[in-house]
Design a protein around this ligand. Structure first.
Ligand code: TYM
Length: 411
């Protein structure tokens, strides 16, 4: 891959946006998952290529997060979370409606989740850290789903037992984020299916194979478990209305790869007498390698919450950067922070906005070397992960407090 193409690919992960697009849930184009004309693909199971987030907004029919919307959040919540201010959360559907309802004293539920196909990496933590901010600011109830069924059906290699263990380990990570136990309920699909199944069958009955194929890209060779799965992930969108006994708004914070589920769910919501679930979408944090999002399937380029300090050191030391080939060239020409995953990691996780800006200027002017940024990232990550691991340990004592039925997780 030449340098220009690589730069475009990485920049594509983070470009910011200047103009506003409007959503149109009824457009046929929303079902055109991946037209083939574009160089990238975003589905719940695959994220590939140079992601153009502007095009994604158009393709998925979502709305850009505008300055006006940020001001609305500020006026209600007081403080805007950096992930929102920095444009990491960049798109939404009906977030403005949720805020309007909240202003009229109507509370909303949060809903998010995890597919336990492996250990949790720092990319996964980002939507959850943001969800905690929303829970704290809006005092919302949260439903958190673990789609162990999805991951079993999707994987060719993972056994049920492996997925059970990952589910338990992932539960510890989610508890370690710090959600309020009295306002948070975990749904593990295979353990709590009876709460979802009646809703899921109602949803499934209203969706044809043709629509599901268009939305998710299913083909004749997709196993029928996967084809039948989407209503299970859609069900928690309507569960709050059932729990509360009245129409209850739901907001879903997640990266934009999960969006196909919500397009499908929004289509059936009103026909079933429920409000359409609202979403707030993030970009992807890149892996520490040459391209692509951070993913458990490329463990050498992902920082896992359970990585030992030496492993973190090693992964960061071998990370790809936007630097020049030699120190002399770096001093002479400066680096390219926009194309550097180390820069973005520091920006989203650890640097203050001012420090991040200083880092950007120093890197571009050749006054900062990649080794220095890597040392900062390794140091900060080790501190963060040490504390996170302690919270994971403590989480082992309180799992039942978070489970939907208040019972222990069946390991
Ligand atoms: P999963 O396990 O693939 O991902 C969990 C959450 O992490 C987000 N994510 C990322 N965010 C930033 N950078 C990355 N590199 C990155 N990789 C993953 C995902 O968007 C997701 O928010 N089917 C779902 C589980 C699920 C769910 C939900 C997710 C069930 N219900 C409701 C969100 C909302 C899954 O497999 O997620």
């Amino acid at each position: 891959m030449n340098g220009r193409r690589l730069f475009k690919r990485l920049r594509g992960l983070f470009v910011s946006y200047a103009h506003i697009m409007t959503s149109s849930d009824s457009e046929d184009s929303k079902y055109k998952q991946n037209s083939g004309e574009d160089e990238f693909k975003v589905t719940p199971w695959e994220v590939e290529g140079e992601i153009d987030y502007d095009k994604l907004i158009k393709r998925f029919g979502t709305q850009r997060i505008t300055k006006e919307l940020l001001n609305e959040v500020r006026s209600i919540a007081g403080k805007i979370h950096p992930l929102l201010r920095l444009g990491y959360f960049f798109s939404h559907r009906d977030f403005d409606w949720i805020l309007d309802r909240y202003r009229s004293n109507e509370s909303f539920y949060l809903y998010t989740g995890r597919g336990p196909s492996g250990m949790v990496h720092m990319g996964h933590l980002m939507p959850w850290i943001f969800t905690k901010y929303l829970q704290d600011k809006f005092n919302s109830n949260l439903l958190f789903q673990f789609t162990d069924d999805e991951k079993f059906l999707h994987s060719q290699i993972l056994s049920r037992q492996e997925i059970r263990l990952y589910t338990y380990e992932n539960i510890l990570d989610v508890i370690a984020i710090g959600f309020k136990p009295q306002k948070t309920r975990f749904i593990v699909d295979t353990q709590h299916i009876k709460y979802l199944y009646p809703i899921a069958t109602e949803i499934a009955k209203r969706i044809t194979f043709s629509t599901a194929s268009a939305v998710f890209g299913f083909s004749n060779s997709t196993n029928i478990g996967m084809i039948g799965f989407p209503p299970i992930q859609a069900s928690p969108c309507f569960l709050p209305s059932i729990i509360e006994g009245k129409q209850t708004p739901v907001l879903i914070p997640a990266a934009i790869d999960q969006d196909p589920y919500w397009r499908m769910t929004r289509d059936v919501a009103e026909r079933m007498g429920y409000p359409k679930p609202a979403q707030i979408h993030s970009k992807f944090i890149p892996g520490l390698g040459i391209s692509g999002k951070m993913s458990s399937s490329k463990p050498e380029t992902a920082l896992f919450t359970t990585d030992e300090p030496e492993v973190v050191e090693k992964k960061v030391a071998t990370a790809f950067t936007g630097g020049q080939a030699t120190v002399q060239l770096q001093r002479l020409l400066g680096g390219n922070p926009i194309a550097c995953p180390v820069f973005w990691y520091l920006r989203y996780f650890f640097d203050s906005e001012r420090d991040s800006y200083d880092r950007l200027l120093k890197c571009k002017s050749g006054n900062l070397l990649c080794g220095e940024c890597k040392a900062d990232l390794a140091k900060e990550s080790k501190i963060f992960l040490k504390e996170f691991k302690e919270r994971r340990e403590h989480a082992k004592n309180v799992v039942a407090d978070f489970m939907y039925d208040g019972k222990e997780y069946e390991k």
